[in-house]
Design a protein. Structure first.
Length: 404
């Protein structure tokens, strides 16, 4: 068994997926060498943190070729506008407030603070996306965040009133070093909030495709509360978000006298009821995942054997786990349509399905489309009304395989 990355206690296994390539490791040629690692997820019975058993070096995932661009979804653009408005409210009574965002990606959130002339800094180690943010005029520090980065920032800008991060905290293996940094960077009365896919939603929907190299942790209120305590902070509030298949925003304060909101107490009892903190409670999750994968492959094979073309929609990082674990490759899926320029005309990691531009899908509708970007279902179904009106069908798979 492994060792907990938070508290060093012995971990217990939840599920193993076997050898897996890097989720965003799109390749230019099918003969390219691919790095593989063992994808397995464990839980720590002492601090309740659900985590990967084997991790990949950060610079293999977050580098000058990072393929994930936040502004590819209209819903996400709106979502981050909401985050910026919330921050603007929090700092409204401060004189010259300073906001730091960890993992600012292309500046989808910070652009609103820039336009409101609020002092800000984005910390972003992936050079290509950091450049997109810089092009907008956003101030960016191209680095990984830890205590020495925090010291540098404080020297240049002073301490922050707000530190935030979306879909970044769960990416950082040395999460204790991030909290050390937060303690340096955040003002004593400041607020630190972040959001990531929520373990409760993953278990409820069996959405195991959230499990991949970049997601080192699968947070719950219970595990974040323990983590905060280890760093003399307190989890004071939680707010559920519909994005990314169900996320949770956690609000932390340094001030330990702060009262915990009723929302936190309610969510804690929900998590305990679902036994998210107990290693033995994940048997049903494993069974559900295996059932979905088998059912999905059988459904697709049947459609294929009947002579149907099948496309994929959205070459998501998540789909690397789904496709590799289910054994779904180019013999079943003809191509995957995606709007991210860096993914187009490449091949999916491990399964080698060609990624084609959106026009490919739009100009010659396939009868069936596997909705790999299921977390954007509402937006995509709205956008693809014409496809469905002309008889095209989407296939979704969480919590069960459905053709719609
Ligand atoms: P995500 O699930 O990690 O947010 O990634 C979504 C992927 O789906 C990303 O590669 C962009 C792609 N995408 C499309 O191709 N068309 C769309 O309409 C949307 C919303 C996403
Ligand atoms: Zn632990």
């Amino acid at each position: 068994m492994g060792k907990c990355k938070v508290c060093s206690h012995k971990t217990e296994s939840i599920m193993s997926f076997g050898k897996m390539p890097i989720a965003n490791g799109f390749i230019s040629s099918v003969s390219d060498d691919e790095f593989v690692y063992e994808l397995k997820v464990d839980i720590c019975p002492a601090c309740f943190m659900v985590q990967l058993g084997e991790t990949v070096k950060p610079d293999m995932m977050f580098n000058e070729n990072y393929h994930f661009i936040s502004s590819t979804s209209l819903v996400m653009i709106k979502h981050f506008e909401g985050v910026a408005s919330e921050i603007t409210g929090i700092i409204s009574s401060e004189k010259s407030p300073f906001v730091a965002e960890l993992g600012c990606n292309d500046g989808v959130m910070l652009q609103h603070l820039l336009s409101r002339k609020i002092r800000h800094l984005g910390v972003e180690p992936s050079k290509n996306v950091a450049q997109l943010a810089k092009n907008k005029g956003i101030e960016v520090l191209e680095d990984f965040f830890n205590s020495s980065t925090a010291e540098n920032i404080v020297r240049r800008h002073g301490q922050a009133d707000v530190v935030c991060g979306s879909n970044v905290m769960c990416h950082i293996e040395d999460i204790n070093s991030v909290f050390d940094g937060i303690n340096i960077l955040l003002k004593d009365n400041g607020i630190f909030f972040f959001e990531d896919p929520y373990l409760f939603d993953i278990v409820k929907k069996s959405s195991f495709d959230q499990i991949y190299d970049e997601h080192v942790y699968y947070f719950s209120g219970l595990s974040i509360s323990e983590l905060a305590k280890r760093h003399s902070m307190k989890l004071v509030d939680m707010a559920h978000q519909d994005v990314h298949g169900g996320s949770m925003r956690y609000y932390l304060k340094k001030d330990n006298s702060r009262v915990i909101s009723d929302r936190v107490k309610e969510l804690f009892s929900k998590e305990k009821e679902c036994k998210l903190h107990e290693p033995d409670s994940y048997t049903k999750f494993r069974d559900n995942v295996n059932h979905i994968c088998k059912d999905l492959k059988n459904t697709l094979l049947k459609l294929k054997k009947a002579g149907n073309r099948i496309a994929g929609y959205g070459a998501t990082s998540k789909s690397t786990t789904l496709l590799n674990y289910s054994g779904i490759g180019p013999e079943i899926i003809d191509y995957i349509s995606d709007i991210t320029p860096t993914k187009i005309n490449k091949y999916t990691p491990g399964t080698h399905i060609p990624v084609k531009p959106y026009e490919f899908f739009k100009t010659d509708y396939p009868p069936y489309t596997l909705l790999l970007a299921w977390n954007h279902e509402k937006e995509i179904l709205e956008k693809e009304k014409d496809y469905r009106e002309k008889g095209g069908k989407f296939i979704t798979f969480f919590p069960e395989v459905t053709i719609k």
